[in-house]
Design a protein. Structure first.
Length: 232
């Protein structure tokens, strides 16, 4: 994003943000309530229009980007519940659609990816249960599995630890550790780094819709790998 601005209800909620998320980065977006973190994430994904500036996903503006299977988005709140009850497996399988041919039924690879995603978040035993009957922390894991089912290169999570107990936060850290070890890119909105701290490569702090501070904590695993692998 370059000079990204977003106006909501006549108010400038993002006031000129320059942010680049590199391959293999594990970037934590922090900042006080109302500083614009969710707005920034949604604007980066093209879910909110910019009133100024420009943003690109893998080199394309969001309206021209087609390869949505490369991105897994875990929103802050559950879009599920209320409506038709769906099983954990059904919700997770819906995350596979961006990778599937539109006219073909799920292949063995699709089913294996869904099983693998459910296993990664430790919900194999609950796969046939109604997702809306699970606890908040477990529902969060269902949404994470839904994002993982598409085998994305980049995963974006808005406050994955909000309202989640310590045990589930540790479980998320383990799942994310596997993903970052595979060189995937992660963008997280976090109130506090908590158990995810050892995985974070960069923090970016927003205040009043602007970037107030940026810190690099460690080299991104993929960047380190590339440096190590490149000829001297
Ligand atoms: N649809 C909307 N219309 C008008 N204002 C909005 C809208 N959505 C968000 N805002 C305002 O924009 C500001 C930034 O909101 P945003 O949710 O991006 O902040 P945040 O940093 O993610 O906050 P939190 O940590 O509380 O989730 C807030 O002041 C919020 O009230």
């Amino acid at each position: 994003m370059t000079g990204g601005r977003v106006r909501l209800d006549g108010r400038e909620v993002l006031a000129g943000v320059d942010l680049s998320v590199g391959a293999g980065d594990v970037l934590a977006l922090t900042g006080p309530n109302g500083s614009g973190k969710s707005t920034l994430v949604r604007a980066l994904l093209g879910l909110l229009p910019l009133s100024g500036g420009r943003t690109e996903i893998y080199g394309r503006i969001p309206s021209r980007f087609r390869d949505w299977g490369r991105i897994g988005y875990v929103p802050q709140r559950l879009p599920m519940g209320g409506g038709v009850p769906a099983t954990v497996r059904e919700v997770v399988a819906s995350g596979r659609t961006a990778r599937q041919s539109r006219w073909r039924p799920a292949s063995a690879a699709d089913r294996a990816a869904v099983d693998h995603a459910i296993e990664a978040v430790g919900l194999t035993g609950r796969a046939r249960d109604s997702a809306h009957l699970l606890s908040g922390g477990q529902q969060q894991r269902v949404l994470i599995a839904r994002a993982l089912a598409g085998e994305p290169d980049a995963i974006v999570m808005d406050e994955p630890n909000a309202g989640v107990d310590a045990g589930n936060q540790e479980a998320l850290a383990r799942t994310l550790g596997t993903l970052t070890g595979e060189g995937r890119t992660v963008l997280l909105v976090l109130h506090e780094l908590g158990p995810l701290e050892p995985l974070i490569t960069r923090t970016v702090r927003l205040e009043g819709g602007r970037i107030a501070a940026e810190t690099r904590l460690r080299t991104a695993p993929r960047a380190a790998e590339q440096t190590a692998g490149s000829p001297a």
